[in-house]
Design a protein around this ligand. Structure first.
Ligand code: FPP
Length: 261
């Protein structure tokens, strides 16, 4: 407990060192922020390094961004770590990324737990290696009662796949007579998605210049505000993150209506 308090204070102090921290209207922060962490490969190749060096640097960026989320007391942070399409990459790169996830859990779980983080993985987790699955479930279990930032890691995730699975699940429940076709509504669909119980995505950040959603949180981002930056993920700093959040706090959201929120 003491460690948790000291840990949280240190994290906050670090974030406070950025002048922008004090400019942020904390009452208007997004409930759910999602990040497409793109550009690891390009970052590495531009420096004559192997793509894998970019992924390694990407892990350090993620640690800093999560610390910032903790300092700001964000409610939910979801990151796109590996898509259902990423298996098409050379197997050496895929193996390296899987090893990084495993090492990340080995090294970071204790500190995340001390920071009060509640980690959760979404996607086709059952298709990962048995060892990685074990580490994932142990981490989720260890942190399940924490009340800090909900940190959602999408691994082997695709929005279309998630929706297909949700439809299958609902169809089975209809077939088994558990629910009626006419009672299928947004709530029923939401509660069948991997993100069941989480608020919708308010703010979607994508690094490294591409302007697309890449099959990420298709349903959940229906009314998300977007922030695109040319900065590659390994160079994305707490300053960049807070600048993006600051911009979000100034936006007017209408959710299809006329009144500004
Ligand atoms: C995107 O860059 C990154 C990935 C697909 C890899 C995974 C992300 C990390 C290693 C960050 C850390 C995550 C965890 C959970 C520890 P890219 O390879 O698509 O870059 P490019 O578009 O420049 O090729």
């Amino acid at each position: 407990m003491l460690k948790r308090l000291f840990g949280a204070a240190a994290v906050k102090k670090e974030a406070e060192a950025y002048p922008i921290y004090n400019e942020l209207d904390r009452t208007r922060l997004p409930r759910h922020t999602a990040i497409i962490m793109d550009g690891n490969g390009r970052w590495a190749q531009r420096q004559g390094l192997l793509r894998t060096a970019g992924h390694k640097a990407g892990v350090d960026t993620l640690k800093r961004v999560l610390k910032t989320a903790i300092a700001l007391d964000l409610e939910v942070l979801t990151v796109y770590a590996f898509s259902t399409e990423n298996w098409k990459r050379p197997h050496t790169e895929v193996d390296f990324i899987m090893k990084l996830f495993s090492e990340y859990l080995d090294k970071e779980v204790r500190e995340m737990n001390d920071d009060g983080v509640q980690i959760h993985f979404i996607g086709r987790i059952w298709e990962l290696s048995p060892l990685l699955q074990k580490k994932i479930h142990e981490a989720e279990d260890l942190m399940k009662d924490n009340t800090g930032v909900k940190f959602i890691v999408a691994v082997n995730y695709g929005g279309q796949d998630e929706m297909t699975r949700a439809v299958q699940n609902i169809a089975k429940r209809v077939k088994d007579g558990e629910i009626d076709v006419d009672s299928i509504n947004n709530e029923v669909i939401e509660s069948s998605l991997d993100t069941a119980g989480l608020p919708p995505v308010d703010f979607m950040i994508r690094t490294s210049g591409d302007l697309r959603l890449s099959n990420f949180l298709l349903w959940q981002a229906a009314y998300a505000e977007f922030w695109f930056t040319d900065v590659n993920w390994p160079d994305f700093s707490p300053q960049h993150f807070m600048e993006a959040l600051c911009d979000f706090t100034k936006r007017k959201r209408r959710f299809g209506g006329l009144k500004n929120e």
